[in-house]
Design a protein around this ligand. Structure first.
Ligand code: ATP
Length: 195
């Protein structure tokens, strides 16, 4: 049976913790492929996100040469807010026989009960949850009360976040240690995240 992971995010920009998490998911879950799904309109983020085409290009640059990493643009191609449940329905309809995993960080797991149609989402996937800053995954109360499949991903704590990267660029500080080199070049060339 094919094993497929889904990894969604705003990826504004994609950074080294995303890559570490993606590689760990491939290996730890024995995935045939990991589908990276950049969000169209991330409905839970209040700030203005960078245009989808630029976030997609940075993702392309970051994932180059990793054959089991696949980019799926279904959320960018859809209009309206990006709900994961809609993405799951669309992707799973093409491969109903596969085993599906949804890769998320602890911060997302802790608020999963705010996601649209979350009980159905839990029926459709095994969650693969990376602790953030070394904290083991804890479900919110509503999730703890229902049975769901969850595999912890032993990601070593990585303090990097896209928020920090945007702030550093705005302050003129280097981000070379936090993103792959072609992504750092892209940010510079396209003058992203300037104050
Ligand atoms: P932002 O700072 O803009 O909110 P982010 O760095 O959290 O962004 P996203 O694109 O929102 O990045 O995240 C995509 C997924 O990656 C989420 O499930 C998030 O929890 C996870 N993730 C991001 N950074 C880390 C990290 N340092 N450790 C573990 N998981 C992470």
């Amino acid at each position: 049976m094919k094993r497929i992971g889904i990894f969604g995010g705003s990826f504004d920009p994609v950074h080294n913790a995303h890559l570490a998490l993606g590689r760990l998911a491939l290996q730890h879950l024995g995935l045939d492929e990991l589908r990276w799904v950049p969000a169209g309109l991330p409905w839970q983020k209040s700030r203005q996100v960078t245009p989808g085409a630029q976030r997609l290009e940075m993702l392309r640059l970051a994932l180059e040469g990793e054959p089991r990493f696949v980019i799926d643009t279904c959320e960018l191609d859809r209009s309206g807010p990006s709900y994961t449940i809609d993405t799951l329905r669309a992707l799973q309809a093409h491969e109903p026989a596969a085993a599906w995993f949804l890769v998320i960080g602890q911060d997302q797991y802790a608020r999963l009960d705010t996601w649209r149609e979350w009980p159905e989402l839990l029926q459709r996937v095994t969650l693969a949850v990376a602790g953030r800053a070394g904290v083991p995954p804890q479900p919110p109360a509503a999730l703890a009360a229902v049975s769901h499949r969850m595999v912890p991903l032993p990601l070593p704590p990585m303090a990097v976040s896209a928020t920090e990267i945007r702030a550093r660029v705005a302050q003129g500080q280097p981000v070379d240690a936090l993103v792959p080199p072609p992504v750092a070049r892209y940010i510079e060339q396209h003058r992203l995240y300037q104050a």
